[in-house]
Design a protein around this ligand. Sequence first.
Ligand SMILES: Cc1ncc(COP(=O)(O)O)c(C=O)c1O
Length: 405
Amino acid sequence: MGGSTDQVHANGRSPAAPNSGDTKNLPLDTLINLDHGDPRMYESFWRKMGDECTFVIKGYESLSYFSNPKNPACWFLEPKLEDSIKALHGAVGNAVTDGYSIVVGTGSSQLLHAVLYAVTSPDQPNQTSVVAAAPYYSSYVEILNLVRSGLYKWDGDAHEFDKDEPYIELVTSPNNPSGVIRGPVVSRDGGILVHDLAYYWPQYTPITSSLEFDIMLFTASKCTGHAGSRIGWALVKDIEVAKKMTKFMEVSTIGVSKESQLRVAKILQVVADRCKRFGSPEGDNFFEFSKNLLTKRWEILRETVKKTQMFTLPKYPLQHCNYTGDVTQAHPAFAWIKYKDGMDDCEMLFKEHKILTRGGKKFGTDPGFVRVSMVSREEEFNLLIDRLSMIQGLNNVDGYAAEIE
Ligand SMILES: Cc1ncc(COP(=O)(O)O)c(C=O)c1O
């Protein structure tokens, strides 16, 4: 795999990303890979939970292709996963599930393919344009350009879309890379909206309402950090769209791994059962743990960035979170860092300091931005902070002279 998706790459470019084990002794000059949103920050919570999520599958179990032939929308959805998805959205209050069909996918990445197939038609005279407002999630471009479907095509920044034709707008909220809450920017007849809500969970952003959009995508990768299980789910209002999505998966992969579904079902249920009380003395509320950790990281990052006097970070509004009951700001999974005075290649600047990031260009915007993962392991986050402090030390050296305010 290449270096531009948010998943871990088997041949990752960083020698600093061993897949297991302790990193306390990372050599000081180790390259840290914060290009991907690999959610290993959550390992410490799950380690603390011990065997709570352990489950066993015997050799004779889960052989069948079928999980629930009676489910009219998705015959390969495990009933336990369906129940735990509903329980979790109910406990958090971030999305309505009543009246929705649930379609499970191999990550929400597969669901994106399925949605695009389901909402387009071979009878249309032209391929349907797919747009997203810049800065957009870089994988959208990569996925669409790789597939080269006859049904749809990537058509760039939604702000610039002015065709009088049907279109699909991908609305990522909170946005990857910038962390802001967004709505659609093209508003014309004939448009279909797909809401990618991968980060609409309380650790990242205040939950201000229970969403009821027509097509909503979620993923365990960002919700609980179980990216390796590759489970995403779509909440779909129109059962005919859900059935077409299911057809796509039936033909492409004949469903989704039962082992993965059952594992994620267990995890989501454990989170749902323990997340009802924010401030619980047991310390087993996943969202409380994650929100506290991300809040701490963001405080440290903001302080460090301020000291460098070279970069800026987005500001997020204070909002009431219906889930936690407090007034809080967003603490996104990525830091969207901008070089203050314009920069041809901020990604390169970070790379010279042994920090791999993803540059603004890939998100359809200015190369003076970089996106940096905030959900890495603690040791990598600490190295990021050390190195950012060193960039400050290199002001006016190496051609990166900045005017200090
Ligand atoms: C906005 C957004 N959508 C979708 C995905 C895909 O997630 P997955 O395929 O792991 O479910 C990601 C992963 O980084 C993402 O950031």
